[in-house]
Design a protein around this ligand. Structure first.
Ligand SMILES: Cc1cc2nc3c(=O)[nH]c(=O)nc-3n(C[C@H](O)[C@H](O)[C@H](O)COP(=O)(O)O)c2cc1C
Length: 394
């Protein structure tokens, strides 16, 4: 199997279509494998023969049907690592925005679940038009990547924003998007807990908290992306980790501890992100407690998963500490008392930290070392967290 990155180049019907030949040549020169799909209109501007000559293989036309390959759009979507559409016409932006599947290129894009890069090319007024701008913004929100357009002189004689980025600059964007990332935790086994726990009061009621599981799942995703073998032990929450991650669903802290311990063999790092309920009821009622008979619930301290694991196993452990006040002193106290390697402390209130897309954490470790990772979206924060942990761990 070739290790080369596979690029599917879509060419649409704009005046810059001739520059797609140079893009093809440069991609091949840089070591990419390239296949080309052209729209019907693109063929009015440049012939398939140009691309066939450059790629040394057949070009896929808007209506290409290959005998024995009735699902060509699916095969092409599976083959490619990235789709680049250069040039991208205003018409094509609108089509992809609306999820059209009217020819081979639109259908392949719809069947493709990896990165799509668009290099728009059109007259400045077409680009500035509200319809195009709305399509552009919506596609960006959807995660499509834009390379350009540039400001400059245009084929029609206008000067403004809308011309396609130069082929060399588009290739630079493709290079940085396809650069193989450094895997910081290759072959490390990491056990992570996430979400809340539920502690029964009686057969129908429980004690729990507002944890959404997002921080723990995103940390699991970020470690996974860095090559780690991740085991995620997750309390009841709706947030989903990547499908490829092994996850175990649990309810109570007792179950969570059991699952963590079952996975401790050859574990390198334990990360306790779960919001484990601090209390359980002293006497679990086997019968539903009658509403008239509830007066006082007697609580006692729950199992401390982080403390148990970090004291029993000789591994690098990281604990999350959600605090409503005295963040630093409470974090340092936990670091010492529980004998953990790093405490990640975050402030929580009714509007911060928990059940919220953003979070701000500060890491405390060693003898008075600390690093503030700032307020960020939990996904970005998880990526930075994992990079910072690799500095402390190594
Ligand atoms: C001479 C000529 C040049 C054109 N140049 C552009 C262009 O640069 N950008 C663009 O968005 N549309 C341009 N168009 C309009 C597109 O060709 C038209 O919207 C077409 O339907 C695009 O189809 P496609 O996106 O499926 O390839 C041009 C049309 C003509 C006749």
């Amino acid at each position: 199997m070739s290790k080369k990155t596979k690029i599917l180049l879509g060419v649409t019907g704009g005046i810059a279509a001739y520059k797609a030949a140079e893009i093809t040549r440069l991609l091949i020169k840089k070591g990419y494998l390239v296949k080309v799909i052209m729209t019907r209109t693109a063929e009015d501007f440049i012939t398939p023969l140009t691309f066939e000559t450059l790629t040394n293989e057949g070009v896929y036309q808007y209506n290409t049907v290959i005998k024995d390959k009735p699902m060509l759009h699916i095969d092409l979507a599976r083959w490619a690592d990235l789709i680049l559409i250069a040039p991208t016409t205003a018409e094509f932006l609108s089509k992809i925005m609306h999820g059209r599947a009217e020819d081979l290129l639109t259908t392949t894009c719809l069947a493709f679940d990896k990165k799509i890069v668009l290099a728009p090319s059109m007259n400045k007024n077409m680009w500035a038009n509200k319809a195009t701008q709305e399509n552009y913004k919506a596609l960006k929100r959807r995660g499509l990547i834009f390379s350009g357009p540039d400001f400059g002189s245009q084929a029609c004689g206008d000067i403004g924003t809308g011309r396609m980025k130069e082929p060399e600059d588009i290739i630079e964007d493709i290079k940085s998007l396809t650069k193989k990332k450094l895997k910081l935790f290759e072959n490390k086994k990491i056990v992570i807990t996430a979400g809340p726990t539920q502690e029964f009061i009686d057969p129908v009621r429980y004690l729990s908290n507002r944890s959404s599981g997002m921080m723990g799942c995103e940390i699991a995703n970020a470690f996974y992306d860095h090559g780690a073998k991740v085991i995620l032990v997750k309390g009841p929450c709706s947030y989903k980790e990547k499908d490829e991650i092994d996850s175990i669903e649990v309810k109570s802290a007792q179950d969570m501890l059991l699952s963590v311990e079952n996975n401790m063999s050859n574990c390198d790092i334990f990360v306790s992100v779960a919001a484990v309920s601090d209390f359980i009821v002293k006497d679990l009622s086997k019968e539903k407690i009658k509403s008239e008979s509830i007066s006082n619930l007697e609580l006692e301290k729950n199992t401390d998963i982080l403390k148990t694991i970090s004291q029993k196993y000789n591994i690098f452990s990281i604990g999350f500490a959600a605090e409503t006040s005295e963040l630093k002193s409470n974090a340092i106290k936990k670091l010492k008392e529980k004998k953990v390697s790093v405490i990640a402390a975050n402030k929580v209130s009714f509007s911060e930290g928990i059940d919220n897309e953003n979070n701000a954490i500060t890491l405390y470790w060693g003898n008075g070392l600390e690093k503030n990772l700032g307020l960020k979206n939990k996904k970005d924060l998880a990526i930075e967290f994992v990079e910072e942990i690799s500095n402390i761990y190594n």
